[in-house]
Design a protein around this ligand. Structure first.
Ligand SMILES: *Cc1c(COP(=O)(O)O)cnc(C)c1O
Length: 430
């Protein structure tokens, strides 16, 4: 594979952007080498600047439920663009998309559009604090909710990959009210709430964490969070930026039957355009301006192109899509398990539906501490072996990979056979 053009582009980019990139983990920092510059995507495939084709399992980190450039979404964006790209005023599409989201997520009685997942979680926390009159928030170790200051404590994936405990530039004051507990640990949560009785505004959690690698919730854990929040008067926020419309049509909350007080969405809901959503119980959302005293605004919020892409995406969804994603995921999981067993290596694959991570440790991975036992160097070797075989994966161990509805059995089998070859060629593991 020739990567000459990517290499030259990276040189130019390195003189422009920090690390040559516009989001840290794109820099191949965790796996070594220079990043591939992508030029085009169609269905399950992407092409780089040198014309090499890859089977894509990164999926732009989650948004592409229908793969790249699904025709209905592309057409909807083009039509919307021709009618004006932004108005800074209300539009019919906002109402339509808002209704479609609430139909899928009935817990979002009132909601608001923003332009990224980061904005959604940041705004949800502000609303929860404004509503409760309390200051503290609890998050999970290794849970990532975007890069707002108060959530950049023990923030998993990108931040952890770079070896930063939180982030420089975040003041002690900004995270002074942020409490971090391990995921899947009910006792730790109960203790944290008890130690801060009457002070915890919100508990924010990815119900299926995807930013420490894919980690399923233990049976009963999310139920316990719901009970504890009810008892303490704490707002339970599900960050479903990844799991929304991926774990099922109603996200993780429908999959596990838990009704959170607030929900954050992003990624899939924007159909590949910049869009975030936060919402929840009407009495909580009533504090948001102009109804209430919590200020939150955005020039491009409810942007017509993002609304059109989101609507076209949700309107394409069929109930049978999720069983299909599950079948594709199960096929991949079984194949990779086989490959791991045959290679005789200490690795495990963890999966919920169409999201998965191959961890280079024995597993199971249940929280950030066990995720960190995975060998990032071995993952780097695996990543490059797969890339050489035309499979594009997240360029870091503690991330989730994604299957889309554009993937068929053929693409899953191509992944499995590349994984077989790659794992078998890793002598260090025998
Ligand atoms: C990606 C992500 C975010 C941040 O969304 P951006 O659009 O990147 O700001 C927040 N929460 C979770 C769970 C995410 O995976």
């Amino acid at each position: 594979m020739n990567h000459e053009r990517s290499r030259r582009l990276f040189e130019r980019a390195s003189g422009l952007f920090p690390g040559g990139v516009n989001s840290p983990v794109r820099a191949f920092w965790a796996v070594g080498g220079t990043p591939v510059f992508l030029a085009r995507g169609e269905g399950a495939y992407v092409w780089d600047a040198d014309g090499n084709r890859y089977l894509d399992f990164l999926g732009s980190w989650g948004p592409l439920l229908f793969g790249h450039a699904p025709p209905a979404v592309v057409a909807a964006i083009a039509a919307a663009a021709a009618a004006g790209t932004t108005f800074g005023a209300s539009t019919e599409r906002e109402v339509e998309l808002g209704e479609a989201i609430r139909e899928a997520f009935p817990s979002m009685e009132r909601l608001r559009f923003v332009s990224s997942g980061t904005e959604a979680t940041m705004s949800a926390l502000r609303a929860a604090r404004g509503f409760s009159g309390r200051d503290k928030v609890i998050k999970m170790e290794g849970g990532y909710h975007g890069h707002a200051d108060m959530l950049l404590a023990a923030a998993g994936s990108g931040a952890a990959t770079l070896g930063l405990p939180g982030s420089a530039g975040v003041t002690k004051a900004a995270v002074a009210d942020t409490i971090v507990v391990p995921f899947n640990d009910e006792a730790a949560m109960r203790a944290a709430l008890a130690a801060n009785r009457g002070q915890v505004a919100a508990l924010i959690v990815e119900p299926i964490p995807g930013n420490m690698g894919l980690v399923p919730p233990k049976p009963g854990y999310l139920e316990a969070l719901r009970r504890l929040c009810d008892r303490e008067g704490t707002v339970l926020i599900f960050d479903e930026v990844i799991s929304g419309f991926r774990a099922g049509p109603g996200g993780a909350q429908a999959r596990y039957g838990i009704r959170p007080d607030m929900t954050c969405l992003g990624k899939i809901v924007g159909g590949g355009l910049p869009l975030g959503v936060y919402g929840g119980r009407a009495e909580i959302m009533k504090v948001v301006a102009p109804d209430g005293p919590v200020y939150q605004a955005g020039t491009l919020s409810g942007n017509p192109l993002a609304m059109a892409a989101g609507l076209a995406t949700l309107r394409q969804l069929r109930p049978e899509d999720y069983p299909r994603l599950e079948a594709l995921g199960a096929r991949l999981e079984a194949g990779v398990r086989n490959a791991i067993a045959e290679a005789g290596i200490a690795a495990c694959i963890q999966r919920v539906g169409s999201a998965f991570t191959l961890f280079f440790c024995k597993g199971p991975v249940t929280d950030f501490a066990s995720a960190k036992l995975a060998d990032a160097k071995l993952y780097a070797e695996f990543f490059h072996g797969m890339l050489r075989r035309g499979i594009y994966l997240p360029p870091a161990q503690l991330e989730a990979a994604f299957i889309s509805l554009a993937h068929r059995d053929t693409e899953i089998d191509a992944f499995v056979s590349a994984a077989h070859e790659t794992l078998a060629a890793m002598p260090v593991l025998r």
